[in-house]
Design a protein around this ligand. Structure first.
Ligand code: URA
Length: 280
């Protein structure tokens, strides 16, 4: 379980102020928690405690909440597990009623997972027709050839139909394994693993590095945070635009520019080799 976060961290994550400015606000006596003057370092539960700045409530209980969790491996993406395994809900303290995950990550996969009680947005973000981009770092057993990578990016046939064009870039290779970055716009079950299986490769490790363009770079494994107001706005805007396109009867199939607009080089930022070229 995550320990309760410090007040200044919560205030900065909620977009009220930077962490430094939040500390100033606390020092100046402008922040209260449950009616009492707050102190720097106070630990708070943003889902239960009433936090006010200058007398204005900044926590909104009962309202929509949006979290990003860095899901660890060996955790199930469900509210409850009949086998008693740890669920993503166990990791989010305070449990908002009817909080649910946006889409799913496999038990053995880790990375960015959104959780919300906003059913409409969750539905849109996880539905394949909205083509929300998801970027994965995939460790594959073996060394895929450039032609195989190209073939996957154009789309291959799976048992539940052809895959849409996606971005696939080889990032690093050792003698036995390859690390590949992929951006998909569909939320199909076990899609990454099934695509590699179809190509004759086994996925050894899978990490989702971003979802809908939101990256979890600032979160350690098992940590979670509130989405910032600008991030929530971005998600709403993205799904509204796509929804409007579909209602207007226009195609919402991923366009070529969506394939190239996906975030590049996230592995490079983590210290892996640059470039998608296959090394000799
Ligand atoms: N693709 C997979 O194979 N597994 C996941 O968890 C996510 C995408």
């Amino acid at each position: 379980m995550n320990p309760l976060p410090r007040l200044q961290k919560v205030l900065s994550e909620m977009g009220v102020a930077s962490r430094r400015h939040a500390e100033d606000l606390i020092r100046e006596g402008r922040v209260t928690v449950n009616g009492r003057a707050a102190r720097i370092g106070d630990k708070v539960d943003p889902l239960k405690d009433h936090i006010k700045v200058d007398g204005r409530l900044v926590t909104s209980h009962g309202a929509k909440v949006y979290f990003m969790l860095h899901k660890p491996k060996n955790v199930v993406t469900t509210a409850e597990d009949p086998e008693g395994r740890t669920t993503v809900m166990d990791l989010v303290k305070g449990r908002v009623p009817r909080l649910f995950p946006v889409g799913r990550l496999d038990y053995d996969a880790e990375g960015v997972l959104l959780l919300t009680n906003d059913g409409e947005l969750a539905h849109r973000l996880s539905h394949p027709s909205f083509h929300v981009p998801r970027t994965y770092s995939v460790k594959v057993k073996g060394k895929p050839a450039p032609e195989e990578i190209e073939k996957m990016s154009r789309g291959i046939i799976l048992e539940d139909g052809p895959t849409a064009p996606c971005r696939v870039a080889l990032r690093r290779e050792t003698r036995e394994n390859a690390w590949v970055e992929m951006t998909l716009h569909e939320g199909r079950n076990r899609q990454v693993k099934r695509m590699w299986e179809r190509m004759g490769y086994l996925v050894l490790k899978l990490e989702r590095m971003s979802f809908a363009g939101l990256s979890g770079r600032d979160l350690r494994v098992g940590e979670y945070r509130h989405l910032r107001p600008a991030e929530v706005e971005k998600l709403k805007r993205m799904t509204k635009e796509r929804h409007a396109e579909s209602v207007a009867g226009r195609s919402i199939t991923p366009r070529r520019d969506l394939r190239t607009a996906a975030p590049r080089g996230q592995l490079e930022e983590r210290g892996f080799a640059a470039g998608g070229k296959r090394r000799k």
